[in-house]
Design a protein around this ligand. Structure first.
Ligand code: BGC
Length: 769
């Protein structure tokens, strides 16, 4: 059987456990490459080892010492689950996403790749017993509006990866949320390019602070899971530059990822991994990116077109229809269809990434090292505590320390907190209390519905030792309502699971949890709902309950984080990085596009998501650059909760809002005062409307911790590219002369103060710096 890109979604990481049984054809490569003539090595050695030179210069020098066989070794990676143990394969592979044999004679390290959107992944426990610290979902990190939290999470995940001998992390997911039901929305950083780009950049910088490589992914416009390998994302290029590409541009500027992972989908009719516009014109030409482009797993469709468009490395090569960058590339080189200079460019890019990340000079250990999981769990807990959003509070929270009789209902809150599914799945420290295999669907091969071992019930009992705290599972609504009635307070834990490879079909809480909440709230007016979700959910019961927390997928210590927030040991400070619509009908599209096509195709081929013969289908991103809250504002729609929204147990006041010019561009300043009785963090947000009108967009934000009564002065840089328009003709950004209206508030649409910024016409370079 030959595995095609199309059916990776169903087989996916998949077949892991049974990997040896799957006879995936493997073209053995020459390993290790024969040493080149001594003289060539000796001549250039001093140059590439010179740490004072920049990464690209070192890469160029090293390249000159390589044989063609060695070069060809660097432009492809194995998918270990399919190749491990096969004759002729390296013997030091461990099951994970990718492996590229190094070139020891030149000091080129073997690349060992692991997924790591939310910590070092170990999907379907492909490495038995190998646990890692599970961060909360990236949406939670985004909700913190705190680059330090993003950096700390990346740094922690990178440290664990290194200690586990990995040196390439498939992290840095920064696709903007264009649809509220996206299966991977939880893995990304929300709907705003400035917020998402900055936090992705911080997290990537954190990963790479360990001298290992991080990707930024999935480049670009990989905005839905339905038919993700055949969906043709259509969007005007200028609008793309001003939205999704701006997020990537900022993430690359801030995080300097050594690699960019191109996406599964097509973009304006070309496969993302063979889009010359994306991989060469934008990435190399506009942004001067020097690292390497690796494909997503199963996203390559050609040899010559892909290589000539700017793809440097075919990832997990056995997952594509062909090992395009193996023998076919060699043949194309021989025929001159791919010039030798192009191979050199590809290899130089890979080497540049290896030098720039510090990996060349700081090789990863060859055996696993000890990890301080307790310290790392603290990192995950802080991220959860900063990211949990208080959506409603009619005086119920924080829970009085004297609360006597509390019942927890549903969500398996007795044993843990929910995790999102897919390649980001971490096998978390402490084991997995619940793991439910999927009955079918595109994710069935590589995802299971999994809870992390962090029990809200136990955490609450630890904080309230003299209270009587019980749990009922909620499967019997009447019994749950009765338990609620007999208690002083009911805490309902509602869950919505999402996974890579599948979009959810609507925003309702599944399994009639709405009915459960309504019935419980009818019996107990003091009802609090804690929602563990991968994005927005509808809340038909909102006005019947006393308080609501959006806890996202809160990670390794989610139970403790939720308990601390409920009790006020931590004051909630998260703000929504994504709009919660009032109904599905408010979204730019009424449902995921292509469902019928994918369903019919799957039925015909019996091969999982779009695994059959269906050609591509168009997803028209008609909202253009008006993503998320900008779409809702443009349509005049009032969502359930707007972007940026989040309550606190204290109140903040703003004053002295001003805008000035600095050498680096416009900056806003303001005073923030904690006017309440408890300490807390404020998240002031500044939105701008351009002289030509249009929708207001986030251009600056801050986060500041304040003691009761304390005032602090903040100075926040304005993201100038968010004030500019992309010029397709000249390939740069243009600031129009005129008045820019800057408003200060705590959510999109909130205007507590405003200022006018007058700007002269100006041109900005294509690349964010
Ligand atoms: C995902 C990537 C991931 C890769 C390797 C793909 O299915 O889209 O995000 O890094 O698999 O596991």
């Amino acid at each position: 059987m030959r595995l095609s890109a199309m059916n990776f979604a169903s087989i996916g990481l998949a077949a892991l456990a049974m990997s040896t049984a799957i006879a995936a054809p493997v073209t053995a490569r020459t390993l290790p490459a024969k040493p080149a003539a001594k003289s060539a090595t000796a001549k250039s050695a001093a140059i590439w080892q010179d740490r004072k030179l920049d990464a690209q210069a070192r890469a160029t020098a090293l390249l000159a010492a390589m044989t063609q066989a060695e070069k060809l070794q660097l432009v492809r990676t194995y998918f270990p689950p399919f190749t491990m143990g096969k004759p002729g394969m390296p013997t030091d592979m461990i099951p994970s996403a990718g492996y590229m044999p190094g070139v020891p004679r030149l000091g080129i390290p073997t690349l060992r790749e692991s997924d790591a959107s939310l910590g070092v992944a170990n999907q379907v426990e492909q490495r038995k017993g190998d646990v890692a610290t599970a961060l909360p979902s990236s949406l939670a990190t985004a909700a913190s509006f705190d680059p330090d939290v993003a950096y700390a999470g990346g740094r922690m995940a990178g440290a664990e990866a290194r200690a586990k001998t990995f040196n390439v992390l498939l992290a840095g997911g920064v696709n903007l949320t264009r649809d509220p039901w996206g299966g991977r929305d939880f893995e990304y950083l929300g709907e705003d390019p400035v917020l998402a780009g900055n936090l992705a950049g911080a997290s990537i910088a954190g990963v790479q602070s360990n001298h290992i490589i991080s990707t930024v992914k999935h480049f670009a416009l990989n905005a839905q899971e339905t038919g993700r390998m055949i969906a043709d994302s259509h969007l005007d290029w200028s609008a793309l530059h001003e939205s999704d590409l701006l997020a990537f541009n900022i993430a690359i500027a801030r995080g300097k990822p050594a690699s960019v992972m191109c996406a599964y989908n097509l973009v304006n009719t070309d496969h993302a991994c063979e889009s010359r516009e994306l991989l060469t014109t934008v990435l190399r030409g506009d942004w001067h990116y020097q690292g390497f482009v690796m494909s997503d797993w199963g996203a390559v469709h050609s040899t010559v077109k892909a290589a000539m468009s700017g793809l440097d490395q075919q990832s997990g090569e056995e997952l594509d229809k062909e090992i395009y960058f193996g023998e076919p590339l060699k043949a194309a080189l021989a025929k001159g269809e791919v010039p030798a200079a192009q191979l050199d460019t590809m290899v130089r890019n890979v080497l540049t990434g290896i030098f720039a990340s510090g990996l060349y000079d700081n090789p990863t250990p060859v055996t696993a090292q000890a990890i301080d999981y307790t310290a790392h769990a603290d990192v995950a807990q802080k991220a959860a505590e900063e990211g949990i959003v208080l959506l409603k509070n009619a005086g119920l929270l924080p829970l009085a320390a004297g609360a006597k009789k509390i019942v927890l209902i549903g969500g398996h809150a007795d044993v843990g907190v929910l995790s999102g599914g897919g390649s980001s799945q971490v096998r978390s420290v402490g084991g997995v209390p619940i793991e439910i295999p999927l009955k079918g669907g595109p994710a069935a091969g590589f995802a299971r519905t999994t809870w992390h071992n962090s029990s809200p019930l136990q955490a609450l009992r630890a904080l309230l030792p003299s209270a009587q705290i019980t749990y009922v599972d909620g499967s019997d609504k009447a019994a749950a309502a009765q338990a609620a009635q007999q208690a002083d307070l009911a805490l309902v834990f509602a869950t919505q699971w999402r996974t890579e490879a599948e979009d959810i079909l609507d925003l309702k809480l599944p399994s009639d949890q709405d009915g459960l909440i309504t019935q419980v709230a009818g019996a107990q007016p003091r009802t609090v709902v804690v929602v563990e979700s991968g994005g927005p959910v509808l809340m038909p019961w909102l006005d019947k309950v006393g308080a609501v927390l959006a806890a996202w997928y809160p990670g390794q210590r989610g139970g403790e984080a939720i308990a601390n927030i409920l009790l006020g040991k931590v004051n909630p400070s998260g703000h929504l990085p994504i709009t919660f619509p009032a109904s599905e009908a408010q979204a730019p599209r009424p449902a995921p596009i292509g469902l019928e096509i994918v369903k019919a195709d799957d039925a015909a081929s019996n091969a999982g998501s779009a695994g059959g013969q269906a050609k591509s289908f168009v997803v028209d991103y008609r909202e253009g650059a008006d993503v998320g809250y900008r779409w809702y504002a443009k349509q005049g729609l009032k969502p359930l909760f707007p972007f940026g929204y989040g309550l606190s147990y204290t109140q903040f006041g703003f004053g002295g809002f001003a805008v000035t010019q600095s050498a680096k561009g416009p900056v806003v300043s303001l005073d923030v005062t904690n006017k309440g009785q408890v300490a807390g963090a404020a998240v002031p947000q500044v939105y701008a409307t351009l002289p030509g009108g249009g929708t207001a967009r986030l251009v600056a934000y801050g986060r500041v911790q304040l003691a009761p009564g304390e005032t602090r002065h903040l100075t926040l840089p304005v993201e100038i590219h968010a004030l500019a328009h992309w010029q397709a003709g000249t390939r740069n950004w243009r600031i129009e002369a005129g008045d820019y209206r800057l408003t200060l508030g705590t959510q999109a649409g909130d205007e507590q103060a405003s200022q006018t910024l007058h700007l002269a016409q100006a041109t900005l370079p294509a690349a964010v710096r």
